[in-house]
Ligand binder design. Structure first.
Ligand code: PGA
Length: 228
């Protein structure tokens, strides 16, 4: 069976370290025998180190990074710093950052370059092909080996209104047509244990980016279980 990726995006949750530990430990316990699934937990920056100290069968990811390696950039977290902290993945171009932080494609493109250079695997979130074109404009094919695309239609992110499997499948096909058959394409947007399996088995995605549902350990474990 082909390897699948399931990315947990905790966004700006939970409010306490105690709750973060609880979610993480519960998820870890439920993860036995999921050998064909690469589970990546992306907590807020401040919880990266506690999650890292307990990693066993999951990988660690961040939700953003900065393009400079170091320097006077108050509040920014460089890609290299994340890599040195033990992160293997970084989510970039998330629609919430495009909206609330006014991230432009130019900024996202610089972040992708820096993250790949630092040795991180990039999960690039996009709503359409035009974003892929702009975000990857300055990269050459061979730089893209560690790039995964997450198709996240805007209307589906955080709304409880998931994309239909047929629509998602169409978009996956278009992205593969544009980028190449070998790319891993994930689906994200209101994923739950009710719909997770159909994006993989019917639409043929290589995995899922799970937001809200990843904060509920039981629901998250149920999602993984439906993919077996
Ligand atoms: P959601 O978020 O699963 O809550 O819709 C998806 C995401 O984080 O991109």
């Amino acid at each position: 069976m082909e390897k699948l990726f399931v990315i947990a995006n905790w966004k700006s949750n939970p409010p306490t370290l105690q709750e973060a530990r609880h979610i993480f430990n519960s998820v870890k316990k439920g993860l036995k025998n999921k050998k064909n699934i690469e589970v990546v937990i992306c907590p807020p920056f401040v919880y990266l180190s506690i999650v890292k100290s307990q990693l066993l069968n999951v990988k660690l990811g961040a939700q953003d990074c900065f393009w400079e390696e170091k320097g006077a950039y108050t509040g920014e977290i460089p890609a290299l710093m994340l890599k040195n902290m033990g992160a293997e993945y970084v989510i970039l171009g998330h629609s919430e950052r495009r909206k609330y932080q006014r991230e432009t494609d130019e900024m996202i493109s610089k972040k992708i370059k820096a993250a790949l250079k630092a040795g991180l695997k990039v999960i690039l979130c996009v709503d359409n092909i035009s974003q892929i074109k702009k975000d990857l404009k300055s990269l050459v094919k061979k730089e893209l080996a560690n790039l995964i695309i997450a198709y996240e239609p805007l209307f589906a992110v955080g709304t409880g209104n998931p994309c239909s499997v047929e629509e998602a499948k169409k978009m996956k096909k278009n992205i593969k047509k544009f980028l190449g058959e070998n790319f891993f394409i994930l689906y994200g947007g209101s994923v739950s244990s009710q719909n997770a399996r159909s994006y993989i088995k019917e639409a043929g995605f290589s995995g899922l980016l799970v937001g809200g549902a990843s904060l509920n350990p039981k629901e998250f474990i149920d999602i993984l279980a439906t993919l077996q």
